[in-house]
Design a protein around this ligand. Structure first.
Ligand code: URA
Ligand code: SF4
Length: 213
């Protein structure tokens, strides 16, 4: 798979797992091939499956608003999913489906080579940090496999619950500052050891010290 177009071509014809049977359109992912930021969601829902594009339903509208809140547009970033075809009735993707599909996402990450990967929700979190919960992992930048990962909640989970909504909004607002830190070769963030998830009592205070010096 030499470029993103080729990946999309293959995804649109893929029958490597059961999800190929129920799809209308596969959703390879889209955005800038030079993106600094890459977002990874779970899988297509109803609207995505109709249009063949990621995050175009209500959760996607919210993601657009979040991007706008930090001065970005969809075309500035790359948006992909763990599985490229819609699970029936929006059920959770199965481990076998995610592993059948991971070759596409892995290659998208290699080709785009983003400065920061933002995982949306628990499935993409688990791709990098197996066994961790979103409650503990969200809002903390950590290095994994030579890449910087910033896990946040899924916008669909935040859409209708005010407490989640304010959490995702404030996690999002950190993104420009994180990118700025990653651009500075001697940033404290780069020198730090990977940060362990903090205790539920004081996660923000601990983590912010990484960015405040
Ligand atoms: N939810 C996701 O995880 N991905 C999409 O593309 C749309 C909704
Ligand atoms: Fe292929 Fe992925 Fe779609 Fe399964 S979900 S059929 S592996 S593109």
């Amino acid at each position: 798979m030499n470029n993103l177009e080729e990946i999309a071509w293959l995804v649109n014809r893929c029958a490597d797992c059961e999800l190929s049977r129920g799809r209308n359109k596969a959703v390879p992912g889209e955005g800038s091939p030079q993106a600094d930021l890459m977002f990874i969601g779970e899988g297509p829902g109803y609207h995505e499956d109709r249009l063949g594009r990621p995050f175009v339903g209500p959760a996607g509208q919210f993601l657009d608003d979040l991007l706008m809140s930090i001065g970005l547009k969809r075309a500035d970033v790359f948006i992909a999913n763990m599985v490229k075809c819609r699970p029936p009735q929006n059920r959770d993707p199965l481990p076998a489906e995610m592993s059948a599909c991971s070759k596409y996402l892995d290659r998208q990450i290699e080709l785009i080579d983003p400065k920061l990967i933002i995982t949306l929700g628990r499935f993409s979190l688990t791709r990098f940090f197996p066994g961790e919960t979103i409650t503990r992992a969200r809002g903390k930048v950590r290095e994994k496999e030579g890449r910087w990962i910033y896990p946040i909640m899924h916008p669909a989970a935040a859409l209708h619950r005010e407490e989640n909504r304010s959490t995702i909004v404030s996690d999002f607002k950190e993104i420009p500052r994180i990118l700025e830190r990653l651009d500075r070769p001697s940033s404290p963030l780069m020198e730090d050891q990977p940060v362990e998830p903090q205790k539920a009592t004081a996660p923000q205070a601990q983590q912010l010290s990484l960015f405040s010096s």
